[in-house]
Every structure is written in structure tokens, then in C-alpha cells.
Ligand binder design. Structure first.
Ligand SMILES: C[S@@+](CC[C@H](N)C(=O)[O-])C[C@H]1O[C@@H](n2cnc3c(N)ncnc32)[C@H](O)[C@@H]1O
Length: 196
């Protein structure tokens, strides 16, 4: 309970300023996916201020978003509404059963899963299995776990756990370029499909 409250506060406080990830630009990996797949229903978990929701909606997807922080949820709703799209954005955790009756052709995660603890990851995977329709895709960007004991980041074990119910289509790792930072992070993009 205390951990949940801490997470809620941590992310809400970040959005009082300008969090570094909130660039207003959708990554090429997402654009490439949208250009090569038929549109459908998409869920963006940890959607932030809705940049990627707007991008997906622009490609004809019916989008829903979820975030644990209130400020970005309100901003994402406002941006979708202002662009004439349904403002289907929920305040809540990816580890909850809040969207249990919804199904999606795409679940997008840019920077959310890697911050969860083991219990959260298990609940997330359960939700993901249910959210995705057969044939649906899961596109994820995450930081790699820097050391086996680090409390954040995705590990090979996480990938193996995803692969118990999803098929890995591709995975690519790269060193993140961060100016003025001595330790460069390794990040990963991966795309999975739920067998049809
Ligand atoms: C690194 S930010 C990325 C935001 C957005 N995907 C983007 O690319 O701009 C991670 C987001 O995940 C949200 N988040 C963290 N833990 C969460 C949880 N348990 N459930 C839902 N959202 C969560 C944070 O509030 C934050 O907006």
C-alpha cells in the first residue's frame, strides 16, 4: 500500500515539471508499426500526456490510455478531445483489473513495465494476456536491467516470461545517447504477437 502510494506520488510530482521522456514526439518504432499494420483498438499503458495516443488515433486506431498519474491523464484527455477523438484515458495502475473486459489489437508500453517490481510484473503479464486479442501485438520499449540485482529494468527472464504466452517477433537493443551522462543506459525495443 505504502509502495503504491509512493509510486503514485513519484510520478505525479514528475509531471509538475517537464519529465525528460515527455518529448511530444512518437518514436520511429511505433510509426513503423502503424504504417505496416491494419488499424484496430490500441491500449497505451503508462500513456503519459498522450503523444502516442494522438499518433495512433491519427493512423485510424481507436485508442485507450492508462496512467497512474493524474496530471498526464487529464492532459491526454484534453489533447484527444481537442483533436476530436474520444478521450478514453483512465487513471489507474497497469497492475489492477480495471480494464479487464476490454480487448485490443495493440498494447503499447513505452517506459512503464521496466519500473514495476516482481509482483507488479506478474500482474501486468496476466492483464496483458487478457487485453490482447489472438493475433494482437505487444510493442514495448524499456531500459535493460543494468545489474541482476537492480530494482528496475527488463531482464532476459522478463522476456522468457512474456514468451510463455506471446511469440517474440523481433527485439533490438541499443545504447541510449544521453548528453552529459557518463553511464550510458542500454534500452530495448521488442514486438510480440499473441498466437492466433
Ligand atoms: C517513462 S514515462 C513514459 C510516458 C509515455 N509512455 C511516453 O512515452 O511519453 C512512464 C509512464 O508510466 C506511468 N506509470 C508508472 N507506473 C505505472 C503503473 N503502475 N500503471 C500505470 N502507469 C504507470 C508513469 O506515470 C509515466 O507516465
Amino acid at each position: 500500500m505504502l509502495k503504491k502510494l509512493r509510486r503514485f506520488l513519484r510520478y505525479n510530482l514528475k509531471y509538475l515539471g517537464n519529465p525528460p521522456w515527455d518529448t511530444g514526439i512518437s518514436p520511429p518504432e511505433l510509426i513503423n508499426f502503424l504504417e505496416n499494420h491494419e488499424s484496430g483498438r490500441a491500449l497505451d499503458v503508462g500513456c503519459g500526456t498522450g503523444t502516442n495516443l494522438l499518433t495512433m488515433a491519427g493512423y485510424g486506431w481507436r485508442v485507450a490510455g492508462m496512467d497512474i498519474a493524474l496530471l498526464p491523464v487529464l492532459k491526454a484527455r484534453k489533447r484527444l478531445h481537442a483533436s476530436g477523438y474520444p478521450d478514453d484515458v483512465f487513471l489507474g495502475s497497469v497492475t489492477s483489473r480495471q480494464l479487464e473486459n476490454r480487448r485490443f489489437e495493440l498494447v503499447l508500453d513505452i517506459g512503464c513495465f521496466h519500473s514495476l517490481n516482481e509482483e507488479g510484473r506478474k500482474l501486468y503479464r496476466q492483464n496483458l494476456r487478457e487485453w490482447l486479442v489472438h493475433g494482437g501485438h505487444f510493442l514495448i520499449y524499456a531500459h535493460c536491467r543494468p545489474t541482476p540485482s537492480a530494482p528496475y529494468g527488463v531482464s532476459d527472464q522478463d522476456f522468457e516470461a512474456f514468451e510463455t504466452s506471446l511469440k517474440l517477433e523481433w527485439r533490438t537493443e541499443q545504447k541510449e545517447k544521453r548528453p552529459n551522462v557518463s553511464r550510458q543506459r542500454t534500452t530495448v525495443w521488442a514486438q510480440f504477437q499473441k498466437p492466433g
